[in-house]
Structure formats: structure tokens, C-alpha cells
Design a protein around this ligand. Structure first.
Ligand code: CA
Length: 232
């Protein structure tokens, strides 16, 4: 699975430079200029690492980092803080921000990429344990494998991301637009009927003979992963 990096930076030119270089390294890039939005993205999407500018317009990078560390879902998210040169960099290092590493601006993209690789490597032992379970469904995110009742389930990449999103928020109803944002990406144009097609494929792969349908269709609202309601 492509690792996802969230860039939180209000300098648009720097974001584009980073996006270009990191996409070439094989990362998927999400970006926002706002600390508040970054916290929302981390709740909605899977993110493997955050590049966080210290000087952001409203909420500072330090505050974003503190809030991430307070929430169980993002406590372990690797964060590299981008700081300005000199005094500011020394000061930010002296603060207990919870960042995993710091890079001082201006920096060469290669330097940042080396730091990203290093932080990702350190984070990996935790990732290797990454499993999601719900009812009789198990997802091994590291090996990209899914099983139901210990029976292997083969999913296409989109169905895998869909199921992962549901498994991360069991019981919650998502509209087709929300699923497009979370599974395909913000600002990507997908016909909402495409969502139905992938849900159908996911159901077909997931629901074996005599197994209950764990995906609930909520009329005019969307879909949810919900084993309880599906029985009724
Ligand atoms: Ca800035």
C-alpha cells in the first residue's frame, strides 16, 4: 500500500516542491495550509507521516502536534516539524512538542527525504502489527490481506481501501460523497454510482455462502459496516 504523507504548510510553492519530490519517491501526498484541517484529515484518512510547518496562520504546528499526541488514534503518527532557521529552530527543539524530527528551512529535498525514510523505518515495527478486526472480518494492513471466518478474501485495491475505511469507523454511516473523499481522495471527480459498483464488488467478495451481509445500505444516506443491523 502506498504510504501517505500529509503536508501541513501554508507556503504554496514549498508544498508543490515537496509534492513533486515526494510523489517521485512513491508517496501519496495530501496537503493543507491549515492546522485545524490537518487534525480533521488525520481523523478521516489514513496518514503514515505528517510534515508539519511550525509557523501556520491560525493554529501553530506545535499546537497541532500536541493535539495529535492527545488522541489515541494519532498518538503514534510520525511527525517531522519544519522550522525556520536560527533562533526559532533552537527554540522549537527546546519545546516538548512531541515531534519525531525537525528539519530547518531552507532544506534540500534530498535531506528531507532522507529524514522521512529514517522516521518511517523507526515507525515500522509498530506498523508491522497493524491489523483491523470487526466481527468475523480481519484485515492485515501490512500484508494487505483480508480474511472472513479465516477464509481468505481477495479484494481489488479500491475495495481494500473501502473496507479499511469502514473497519476504521465501524457502525458509522458514510454518504457516497464522503466515501469518495476518503477512499478516492479530496477533490477527485467520481460518479457516485461508481461507489455503488465498488460496494457491490466488496459485498460479493466479503459475503460467502450463508454469511450475513455486513454492509448496511442506508436509504438516501449511504453505507455503513454494521454486523448487528444486518442481522435484522
Ligand atoms: Ca509557514
Amino acid at each position: 500500500m502506498t504510504p501517505v504523507i500529509l503536508i501541513v504548510e501554508d507556503e504554496a510553492d514549498l508544498v508543490e516542491l515537496l509534492r513533486y519530490n515526494l510523489e517521485r519517491e512513491g508517496y501519496e501526498i495530501l496537503a493543507t495550509p491549515s492546522g485545524e484541517e490537518a487534525l480533521l484529515i488525520v481523523e478521516e484518512r489514513h496518514v503514515d507521516l505528517m510534515l508539519l510547518d511550525w509557523m501556520l496562520p491560525h493554529m501553530s504546528g506545535i499546537e497541532v502536534c500536541r493535539q495529535l499526541r492527545r488522541k489515541p488514534g494519532s498518538r503514534a503518527l510520525p511527525v517531522i516539524m519544519l522550522t525556520a532557521r536560527g533562533e526559532q529552530a533552537d527554540r522549537v527543539r527546546g519545546l516538548d512538542t512531541g515531534a519525531d524530527d525537525y528539519v530547518t528551512k531552507p532544506f534540500a529535498p534530498e535531506e528531507l527525504i532522507a529524514r522521512i525514510h529514517a522516521v518511517m523505518r523507526r515507525a515500522r515495527p509498530a506498523l508491522s502489527e497493524e491489523r483491523l478486526t470487526y466481527s468475523d472480518i480481519e484485515m492485515n494492513l501490512t500484508e494487505h490481506k483480508v480474511a472472513r471466518n479465516n477464509r481468505p478474501v481477495v479484494l481489488g485495491p479500491t475495495e481494500f481501501r473501502l473496507l479499511r475505511h469502514f473497519m476504521e469507523h465501524p457502525g458509522r454511516v458514510f454518504s457516497r460523497d464522503q466515501l469518495i473523499d476518503s477512499v478516492w481522495g479530496h477533490g477527485i471527480f467520481i460518479d457516485s454510482r461508481t461507489v455503488d459498483v465498488h460496494i457491490r464488488r466488496l459485498r460479493k467478495a466479503l459475503n460467502g455462502k450463508d454469511e450475513q451481509d455486513v454492509i448496511r445500505t442506508v436509504r438516501s444516506a449511504g453505507y455503513a459496516l454494521d454486523a448487528e443491523a444486518a442481522i435484522a
